[in-house]
Structures are given as C-alpha cells and as structure tokens.
Write a protein that binds this ligand. Structure first.
Ligand SMILES: *[C@@H]1O[C@H](CO)[C@@H](O)[C@H](O)[C@H]1NC(C)=O
Ligand SMILES: *[C@@H]1O[C@H](CO)[C@@H](O)[C@H](O)[C@H]1NC(C)=O
Length: 285
C-alpha cells in the first residue's frame, strides 16, 4: 500500500519534471535585447539580414518554439513579414502560422543572397547555425522545439536543414519544394510534412516526392500509395510505422506551384493549418 502510494507519488513527480525540463536555452530568465525588428549578422564575411518576431507579452521564463520561415526564389524576408496576396499565389505573413501559434512561438525570417538559398559551401546552413546561437543566447527557446518551413526555394532550404541539422530541427514543413539547396548528410530521421501540387509547373511533383521519400526512408516508415486528390480537394497520407517521434505526412493537391492552395469551399489556404498541426504535435523533450 505504502509502496504503491510512493510509486504513484514518484510517477506524478517524474511527469511533472518531464514537463518542466523543456530544454530551455541560455536566454531563459534574461531580459531580452532582441525585439521584433530587422537585424544583420556577418556570416563568412558577408552581411546577412533577418527579421525577428516575438510573441505578444514575451515571457523571459517561458521556453518558446523557434520557427524559421524561408522565402521563395525572388522573394525576400520583408515579403514573408508583410505577406503577399494569397489569391495571387502569395504566402500569408510568416506562412500564416502566427494566428495558429497563439503566442507560443518566436519567428525568424532570414533573407537570402540573390533572393534565394543557393547554400554555396553550406553558407546558408551556417547562417542558420549562427542565428540559433545568437537568438538562443538572448531569448528563451525550447531547444527541443525548433522548426523550419518555406515554399519552393524556402522548402528546399528547410529540406537542406533536415538533412544537415537533424539533431537541431524537430520538424520541417516543405511546401512545393525540391532539392535546390543541397542535402549534406541526409541520413538521419526528422519529422517531415510535405505538400505539393500534381500540376506544379515550376518544380514538378516528382521533385517533391523525391524529398518526401528520403524521410519516409530515414524515419523508417512503411511505404504507402499516393493519396487521391480530387479536383479542388487535397488528400493526405500519414505514413504508418515511422519511428516514434518521426512522423511523415504528405498532402497532395491538383494545383500548381502555390503556397496558398485552398480546398473547394474554404476561404483559407490549407498549408498554415496543416503545418501548425504537424509542428504542434510535438511536446518538450
Ligand atoms: C492560448 O494560450 C494561452 C496561454 O498559454 C492559453 O491559456 C489559451 O488557452 C490558448 N488558447 C488557445 C485557443 O489555445
Ligand atoms: C520533373 O523534372 C525533372 C527535372 O527537370 C525531370 O527530369 C523529370 O522528368 C520531370 N518529371 C516529370 C514527371 O515531369
């Protein structure tokens, strides 16, 4: 009886401890110097630009999610911050994640060299590394909850990070991506959400499947047939048998190269809700 009670007590305590041990960054507890504005950082002698967005009423003792949002070719960090008309093929501000995040996330919006993510010699992955270092020294981040998303070239950059920084990134959401920023490493599992249009005229559907299949394999998932997307209606497959903590979700639609594809009868694009649902399934480790 007493041992049972004790066991219950220990269990209760350990679950308390595991919720509290949110791998907080060094910036937790500090008064932040970073605010929601534009910054510069020198990477390998090149001046790089990025924007930050902190949650409302930032709490220096709360470990937040850290979400990187990478722009498309010809886009810019500024355009991700401001958003572009989703009815004209643009992406919503911060890929539409802010309203879903309910102030639980810090957003980072890097700006590309030549408006893209060529990642020459790994310089854009280094940019990511240095941003993580700088941000987490100053802000309170849950270091087990870093995420990356982007459309097109921004999806390629998220994929490059999943390949090169699997231990640092909990999950990626790749919207209409292809392998354009390289894949250094690429042997470890990372939770992977991908979506792509079967009529993509810029980066064809095979390119999106190629990225997905890398993580279906790395995550140890069973292969699955393609979901059947009807005209104007996306379809998804949640892969089975993946290693615990490393799911793969694939959403297929019949549209073109578009970050803001909607299902018939819906007023909002589905990428933001899907990506947020995918990211927010992960708890602190
Ligand atoms: C938003 O976050 C607050 C504070 O953490 C919480 O109390 C509230 O329930 C959340 N709202 C939703 C809709 O999840
Ligand atoms: C997709 O594009 C690649 C590269 O341009 C090409 O090799 C491949 O044949 C294309 N696949 C389809 C299904 O169009």
């Amino acid at each position: 009886m007493l041992t049972n009670l004790l066991a219950v007590g220990v269990l209760a305590l350990s679950s308390l401890v595991s919720t509290a041990s949110a791998a907080p960054s060094a910036g937790c507890g500090k008064n932040p110097t970073i605010s929601s504005t534009r910054y510069n950082i020198n990477i390998n002698g090149k001046n790089r630009e990025y924007y930050m967005k902190l949650p409302d009423n930032y709490d220096k003792n709360r470990p937040y999610r850290l979400i990187f949002t990478w722009h498309q070719l010809g886009g810019s960090a500024q355009k991700i911050v401001n958003g572009e008309d989703p009815n004209k093929g643009g992406a919503l501000p911060y890929y539409g994640l802010v309203p879903h995040s309910n102030n639980s996330a810090i957003f980072v919006v890097p700006n590309g060299l030549n408006q893209g993510w060529g990642n020459t010699g790994g310089e854009d992955v280094t940019f990511f590394d240095k941003l993580v270092e700088r941000i987490e020294a100053d802000l309170c981040v849950d270091t087990s909850l870093r995420f990356s998303t982007g459309f097109s070239y921004g999806g390629a950059m998220s994929y490059a990070l999943a390949c090169a920084r699997p231990k640092m990134i909990r999950a990626v959401a790749v919207i209409s991506g292809a392998q354009l920023s390289g894949c250094s490493g690429g042997n470890d599992p990372v939770a992977y959400y991908g979506q792509h249009g079967t009529s993509d005229s810029v980066l064809n559907i095979s390119m999106g499947r190629q990225l997905r299949d890398k993580f279906v394999k790395n995550n140890g998932c069973q292969s699955a047939g393609e979901p059947q997307a009807a005209q104007g209606r996306s379809a998804r497959v949640d892969y089975k048998g993946c290693k615990e903590g490393y799911p793969v979700t694939w959403v297929l639609h019949t549209g073109d190269h578009n970050p803001s594809q909607k299902d018939n009868g819906q007023s909002q694009p589905f990428a933001p809700g899907n990506s947020w649902q995918f990211f927010s399934q992960f708890a602190s480790q």
